[in-house]
Design a protein around this ligand. Structure first.
Ligand SMILES: [Zn+2]
Length: 496
């Protein structure tokens, strides 16, 4: 397996939200206009209504100078203390509340290793004070289920250990569970009952027992935590190839498939019903692992970030009314520009669902963690608005102490707002960035210098110019420029 495949695999992305809509029958008696549907109706006014941060617990580092944070990956072990977990997310939620970020997705929210339910409750309290929605990342057939890691009856791994016949299987009938290292080597998981990292477990979505377990788990989650909602996924690390699943799927390929639109169409309505029965106002963000651009070409198994096959429209129509549908733009951008493959046909319908576009900008998945991306983000938001999206999601794992992340987050808050409805980069730089960086010219130069990461032979010559201006800047502006200089310098080999 090459690195690209590994990246696609580990790419936990998602949100689900299939809806059983189809005549509101799937909504357990709810009809359009009910509280459940109205709860997720967009607010009036600016083009972008909803801004979200997406995070893994193990890679979120807002409480600085503490050990144990990862800088990449998904489904890693948690290496920080319970106090660090609380401080990381307290700082993050407070920043969001004060800077117009509406929701924060936390994957790994519930782990024994950082305080389990009690810690999550404390963060729900912080989120409520800050008027930010805390969204639990929940894998429906994968990613640990509701309780990501620990000795909980609502942990998917424990469930599958107790009922091994409910595991998802590969084409040979072997359990679809494995770990994968940074070299791309997959290893089947044979241990049980040991601390993480647990790798990837999958449950067969066709088994009624798993569906019931999912519904019971989600009901428990919302009865025990005052969450703002969930981001749900059906898994993009391989789908079950048992006979039941193959018989169910109209478009299932006999070869290995990373993800399944049909699994989304099956599971998102089930999950939504279970959640809304307990928490009718919860936000439910449903990941598609896909881009809305219609796919043209010979049929093939979908992969992370692919265009949407024509037949998937029927599955999308099953997503419940009023949920957020989340898309990914990574492979429809190139060098920060919108790729020509993202055309006017890549537009979403807004009658049934709210739509969120996201990209892994400024992460190790898709560039460099924490790098400045305000220009790329402007391109993304502009095209997303034109494509019918009203929400934007960005990774929020890096502390805004790092100036690149800080400016990206401020740009997320600004683009598509009443102050900047066109998501105009120059407007952002003039109104937001310039006061932070030493003036209009300085703001433009800051971005120009940051782009030297793609022209690295020029970095060495640029560094004296950057360091030379520090003494003439206000202290906080100097700190941001100093961050940029250090980031650029870190790409210059020590021996040169
Ligand atoms: Zn199956």
């Amino acid at each position: 397996m090459n690195l690209l495949n590994r990246r696609e695999m580990i790419h936990t992305s998602a949100a689900c939200g299939v809806g059983a809509v189809l005549g509101e029958a799937g909504l357990a008696g709810q009809t359009p206009g009910t509280a459940a549907a109205l709860a997720q109706q967009p607010r009036p006014a600016a083009p972008i209504q909803t801004r979200m941060f997406w995070t893994w617990d193990h890679s979120t580092e807002w409480a600085l100078n503490r050990p144990g944070a990862h800088t990449h990956g998904s489904c890693n072990e948690y290496g920080r203390s319970t106090d660090s977990f609380l401080q990381d997310y307290t700082a993050l939620l407070r920043w969001c509340g004060r800077n117009h970020i509406d929701a924060v997705v936390v994957w790994g929210l519930l782990r024994d290793g950082h305080g389990g339910l009690e810690s999550a409750k404390r963060l729900c309290d912080v989120a409520a004070r800050e008027n930010v929605r805390l969204l639990c990342g929940v894998g429906l057939n994968a990613y640990g289920g509701v309780y990501y890691e620990g000795n909980s009856p609502y942990n998917l791994e424990r469930h599958l250990e107790a009922h091994p016949e409910l595991n998802a299987v590969d084409a040979e009938g072997q359990p679809l569970s494995f770990t994968i290292d940074l070299n791309g080597k997959k290893t089947p998981i044979t241990t049980t009952g040991q601390p993480g990292p647990r790798g990837f477990y999958q449950a067969c979505p066709s088994r009624r027992e798993n569906q019931d377990f999912l519904a019971e788990s989600l009901a428990w989650l919302f009865k025990n935590l005052p969450l703002g909602g969930v981001q749900i996924e059906t898994g993009d690390t391989g789908i079950c190839q048992c006979q039941r699943c193959r018989d169910r799927r109209q478009h299932s390929s006999p070869e290995f498939s990373w993800l399944s639109w049909e699994d989304m169409g099956l599971m998102y309505p089930l999950a939504t019903r279970a959640i809304r029965d307990v928490a009718p106002d919860a936000w439910i963000v449903c990941e598609t692992y896909s881009h809305p651009q219609p796919y043209v070409g010979p049929d093939k198994p979908p992969r992370f970030g692919d265009a949407m096959p024509a037949w998937a429209a029927a599955e999308l129509a099953r997503f419940p009314r009023g949920v957020f549908v989340q898309w990914v733009a990574d492979y429809f951008m190139k060098n920060g520009e919108i790729a020509p493959t993202w055309t006017a046909e890549g537009r979403v319908a807004t009658t049934e669902h709210r739509h969120v576009m996201r990209s892994h900008l400024a992460t190790s998945w898709f560039g460099n963690r924490g790098e400045l991306a305000v220009d790329w983000l402007a391109n993304l938001v502009q095209r997303s608005i034109a494509s019918g999206c009203e929400g934007i999601s960005l990774f929020g794992e890096v502390s805004p102490f790092h100036a690149g992340a800080e400016l990206n987050y401020l740009a997320l808050a600004d683009y598509g707002s009443p102050e900047n409805p066109q998501a105009d980069l120059a407007s952002f730089q003039r109104r937001i960035a310039a006061p932070l960086l030493g003036g209009d010219t300085a703001a433009r130069e800051f971005l120009q210098f940051a782009r030297l990461l793609s022209d690295r032979v020029k970095i060495s010559a640029a560094l004296p110019e950057i360091y030379g201006r520090l003494a003439s800047l206000p202290p906080q502006a100097a700190r941001r420029w100093c961050w940029l200089a250090h980031q650029l310098a870190s790409f210059v080999p020590l021996e040169t």
